[in-house]
Design a protein around this ligand. Structure first.
Ligand SMILES: C[S@@+](CC[C@H](N)C(=O)[O-])C[C@H]1O[C@@H](n2cnc3c(N)ncnc32)[C@H](O)[C@@H]1O
Length: 314
């Protein structure tokens, strides 16, 4: 399967089942080094295929996505971290699933899980978005959540990954929201004012709703570092990401939080953008919901438009 562009194939080697390339970008290397020390999001320790499937079944949005990608599709998770979503999408189906990340330590955990659980339809790809190694117009679904705001240029990163989606394919992108992340920003400020002390760490961990959950030590460490000690982090508004969509031939389908306050699965999304005010209110409302409590990630879904030029060059 030609996942990688012909011109880029020679730079990849198979490193124990992970297709690996040499990464040179300074920001990517810095961020990747950061995640090597605590791969994100890491595992609880008790997961198996059944547990991953249950997590998907219990989540309306993911269950709907899984129904879409289960058979005869091509799905890529860009910045897959420890690969749970990719593995969950692969279980019980026959689609080609690609888990791509520049952090090899994270991919290794995903690969180990796949081996233990006999999941064979996931390709582990060690690559940087900005190397643009992946085939254009290839994937039915491109998923990239929690990643672009940790790169050197979110908008450029989006431009690159949006080329990898097929005509009529779907792109799902999750970024820290300008307003929705304010609760986390407040805790980040506290941690900074307390100079990263042990007391600061305890206080912030107590105030963070996600860290009050029953998590493995590995997951707690990964979350704490990701939220409070990250070297590269930005935020974006819904309107800003919508403008990236427009510039890259992607039609907006919907978002979480929704632009008109109605939760919809991807298969139900109808492209309603709401109004400037409704979008503002939905982002403000994040502060009162789990979305704002747990990092302020906002998800936007789009569909690649039909484009003659793209088709003829394929
Ligand atoms: C916060 S983690 C998110 C992991 C996963 N998407 C999730 O939501 O659990 C960010 C991931 O983005 C990856 N990443 C950072 N820069 C990247 C780049 N330039 N290209 C691809 N992935 C990148 C990191 O290695 C890390 O695994």
């Amino acid at each position: 399967m030609n996942i990688i562009k012909e011109a880029k194939k020679s730079k990849f080697i198979n490193d124990n089942g992970i297709l690996s390339s040499k990464i040179d970008d300074r920001t990517t290397l810095e961020v990747s080094q950061f995640y090597s020390e605590a791969p994100f999001p890491n595992y609880q320790g008790y997961e198996n295929s059944f547990v991953l499937s249950e997590i998907v079944t219990e989540n309306n949005f993911l269950n709907d996505l899984k129904n879409h990608v289960r058979f005869n599709k091509r799905f890529i998770e860009v910045g897959s971290g420890t690969c749970q979503l990719s593995l969950a999408m692969a279980v019980g189906g026959n689609s080609l699933i690609v888990a791509m990340d520049p952090t090899k330590e994270s991919l290794k955990l995903g690969k180990e899980f796949a081996e233990k659980n006999n999941i064979s339809n996931v390709v582990f790809l060690n690559s940087d978005i900005f190397d643009d190694d992946v085939q254009d117009n290839f994937f039915d679904v491109v998923w990239c959540s929690g990643v672009l705001h940790h790169t050197k240029d979110s908008k450029k990163g989006f431009e690159i990954i949006s080329k990898w989606v097929k005509k009529d394919g779907i792109i799902i992108v999750g970024v820290y929201n300008t307003i929705g992340r304010l609760r986390t920003n407040f805790r980040q400020l506290l941690y900074k004012l307390l100079r990263g002390s042990d007391f600061g760490k305890k206080l912030v961990s107590f105030l963070d709703p996600y860290l009050r959950k029953n998590l493995s030590e590995e997951k707690k460490l990964a979350w704490f570092r990701d939220q409070y000690e990250h070297p590269v982090e930005r935020k974006h508004s819904i309107d800003e990401v919508m403008s990236w969509f427009e510039e890259n031939d992607i039609s907006f389908l919907g978002s979480i939080p929704s632009t008109n306050f109605e939760f919809k699965n991807i298969s139900q999304m109808n492209g309603d953008k709401g109004t400037y005010l409704s979008r503002l209110f939905s982002q403000l409302a994040m502060l009162l919901s789990n979305l704002g409590g747990e990092g302020g990630l906002c998800i936007l879904v789009g569909k690649k438009n039909f484009n003659e030029e793209v088709i003829s060059s394929n």
